[in-house]
Write a protein that binds this ligand. Sequence first.
Ligand SMILES: [Fe+2]
Ligand SMILES: [Fe+2]
Length: 260
Amino acid sequence: MLKLLFLGDIVGRPGRDIVVDRLPGLRRERAIDFVIANVENAAAGAGITGSIAKSLLESGVDAITLGDHVWDQRGWENEITEIERVCRPANLPKKCPGWDHLVIEARGFRVAVFTVLGRSFMNMKAEDPFAAADRMIEQLRPQADAIIVEIHAEATSEKQALGWYLDGRVTAVLGTHTHVPTADATVLPKGTAFMCDLGMTGPYESVLGRAIEPVVQRFIDGMPRRFDVATEDVRMSAALIEIDAKTARSEKIELVTVRR
Ligand SMILES: [Fe+2]
Ligand SMILES: [Fe+2]
């Protein structure tokens, strides 16, 4: 049995700090073999930088994924290929820099991971995530024992549809982007672990990680404001999956919440 932890969107310094403080202990306590993290909001709430990516990789994250905020930090498009173990969404236009998948290995077992962006209520130029997943799975099958698909999307319907579409073909389909963990962690009938959203790793006394008051006022009057990252009720939110090493099917999935 192999254990894989997938952390939902890391938001700002509070999100980074709890990962650095608590991930090494959690890895040991739960005997976790693989850790993957979405870091699209790690730098001041939007995007990622090279130095932040490196510090997260040094704290026990094995593979880093991104979402629609992938290009928010200036210069990241030049840095992305200089750092190993970072990939950008696989269904972005082909000419975008960065790897479209990663393969990590532990105990002789290889796990491939890639992200697809949804297209419903998402403002990105992205290829059909279903077709992209088909293409990536075909490409990765010979290189990996298990494949983990991250669906970074707004609509729960699009995420559930992709879960059913890939059931039995990959080890897990895990949702990110909405920053709110869902109570639907399940193993689908053909052995694919599924969850609509892993929730964020960041401050929960907030609106999706941002300070509450400016967001409330923006909804009321529509005036632009600075949305600073919030600071309180910081949690790490992740899915922990148990994978059968022989079949690469998921045996179990649970939501793991760690409070500061
Ligand atoms: Fe996010
Ligand atoms: Fe996102």
